[in-house]
Design a protein around this ligand. Structure first.
Ligand code: ADP
Ligand code: ADP
Length: 230
């Protein structure tokens, strides 16, 4: 079985008595350790797809398997549990808790993992150090630059040993130099730790860091190609 596999996923919304097919039969398989970019015009279903593979939302119908677990059909609590164990999120808006230190932000998902407080802290400190944030552990997000906040979000996924990292426009709020730093970091992490990365981007230069590009159009996969990136 593949690491991540969707089979004929549909997400259908009722809008003013009309059906909107946000996803219209999406079948995608991704192996452990892949680095995949999702592209496509606004409204093509990228966010909906990410929300479902990130266990934030359920499909209307279709199957979804993540790391051997059948996700479609789970209830809210089960979904939350899988999400906490399996998925790290790096979003455009950084989605860190605002009045909470970098350290606490990184520790948060580990609260669900039966780790001792000491082990949680050790893992979080190690991850922050690896991402060049030593000395910033007690800083709140507002005291950190955009690039630093993004690195805290990456540290959070790492410390929790999430096998899947989802990134939705992770460089959307960053300048070019910082975007390159973050992308180099994600690429290095993918090679070194084998974490599977799925990233949404509008920018070809960002997608070029991935090894495979899946293009969405009208809720369907339009194309799925290797990039040639090593
Ligand atoms: P993208 O991320 O590619 O911009 P989305 O997944 O956000 O696309 O949206 C796909 C389609 O589904 C769009 O037509 C959007 O308007 C619609 N859609 C997404 N979420 C909802 C929702 N909660 N209610 C109704 N329609 C939605
Ligand atoms: P992105 O910047 O990722 O493309 P969008 O603007 O497409 O984000 O959508 C942001 C969020 O709003 C999505 O998670 C989606 O579920 C929701 N959304 C998008 N379109 C609609 C809609 N027509 N009605 C309700 N919610 C929507």
């Amino acid at each position: 079985m593949r690491f991540l596999e969707t089979k004929e996923l549909y997400k259908i919304y009722e809008v003013g008595g009309q059906e909107v097919h946000a996803l219209d039969g999406v079948s995608v398989a991704i192996d452990r350790g892949e680095f995949v970019a999702i592209m496509g015009p606004s409204g093509s279903g990228k966010s909906t797809f990410m929300n479902i593979i990130g266990c934030l939302d359920e499909p209307t119908r279709g199957d979804y398997f993540l790391d051997g677990i059948e996700v479609a059909g789970l209830d809210r609590d089960e979904l939350a549990e899988i999400r906490n164990r399996k998925v790290g999120f790096v979003f455009q808006g950084f989605n860190l808790l605002p009045r909470t230190s970098a350290l606490e932000n990184v520790e948060l998902p580990m609260l669900y993992n039966n780790l001792s407080a000491a082990e949680r802290k050790k893992r979080a400190m190690d991850a922050l150090r690896m991402l060049g944030l030593k000395g910033r552990e007690q800083h709140a997000p507002s005291q950190l630059s955009g690039g630093q906040q993004q690195r805290v979000a990456i540290a959070r996924a790492l410390a929790n040993e999430a096998p899947l990292l989802l990134a939705d426009e992770p460089t959307g709020n960053l300048d070019t130099k910082t975007s390159v730093e973050i992308m180099e970091l994600l690429k290095g992490l993918n090679s070194a730790s084998g974490i599977t990365i799925v990233l949404v981007t509008h920018e070809p230069e960002i997608a070029a860091y991935s090894r495979r590009i899946i293009r969405f159009r009208d809720g369907r996969v339009q194309s799925d190609e290797a990039t040639g990136s090593s």
